[in-house]
Design a protein around this ligand. Structure first.
Ligand SMILES: [Zn+2]
Length: 226
């Protein structure tokens, strides 16, 4: 029922939720807020490879996809820097090769890595883009899925700010679902069963997005948007 209303309703002046005569119950206000979250569509610019709603932080850690590689997979990651801490600049610094090895003992171990992801969803839902979606970001490492190795060649990598030890924020699930909707529209060979966790494509080597990532909830949000 609620799902049906979400499908039928429109955001904007035509929705009864904006009328002054409609009772402004707590339910409606809550419903309206969720509706806005779910229905607001993201926009992609194929010329630049950038998502318009994302804050673009240019990383040098990318290159061209091999000529015959269509984009067929979406890889979900989780990262926090320093490990287990949220909200700092470490992730963006890592992807931009500007991590200060003196700032944290762990940073001295990883500051020479040349890595990136296409996108990051922060704890507050902010979307950050580092690499144009049509280029190859360096997020998967030694990996395999869909019967192929070198998953970076044919995938888009999305990082959630998170860890193996804590639940993700609801706003992150909502943002990831909307992002997935956009990415699948632009790259239709990413079928619903071509969405993997990093731990799925690099088992024994990677654990992210970790045991707290609720795949059922994510898939349910994706179905609502389909
Ligand atoms: Zn990962």
């Amino acid at each position: 029922m609620v799902e049906q209303r979400i499908r039928n309703a429109k955001v904007g002046g035509s929705t009864p939720l904006s009328g002054t005569t409609f009772p402004r119950s707590k339910y409606l206000l809550t419903f309206h807020r969720d509706l806005v979250h779910i229905q607001k569509i993201m926009n992609y610019d194929p010329e630049s490879g950038l998502i318009k709603e994302a804050r673009y932080v240019a990383s040098d850690n990318f290159d061209d996809r091999p000529g015959d590689s269509d984009v067929e997979a979406l890889i979900v990651h989780a990262i926090s820097l320093p490990p287990g801490e949220f909200g700092g600049g470490g992730i963006e610094q890592l992807f931009c090769n500007s991590l200060d090895p003196d700032e944290h003992p762990y940073y001295s171990e990883i500051c020479e890595l040349k890595v990136s992801a296409h996108l990051l969803i922060r704890r507050d839902g902010e979307l950050v883009q580092f690499v144009p979606l049509d280029r190859r970001a360096w997020h998967a490492g030694v990996s395999e899925c869909l019967g192929r190795a070198e998953v970076n060649d044919f995938s888009i990598g999305v990082e959630l700010e998170g860890s193996d030890d804590e639940p993700f924020e609801e706003i992150q699930y909502q943002k990831l679902a909307k992002l997935t909707q956009l990415i699948q529209k632009e790259f239709p060979n990413i079928k619903p069963d071509h969405i993997y966790g990093h731990s799925d494509i690099a088992p024994g080597r990677k654990t992210d997005p970790g045991p707290h990532f609720d795949w059922q909830h994510f898939q349910s949000l994706c179905r609502q948007l389909a």
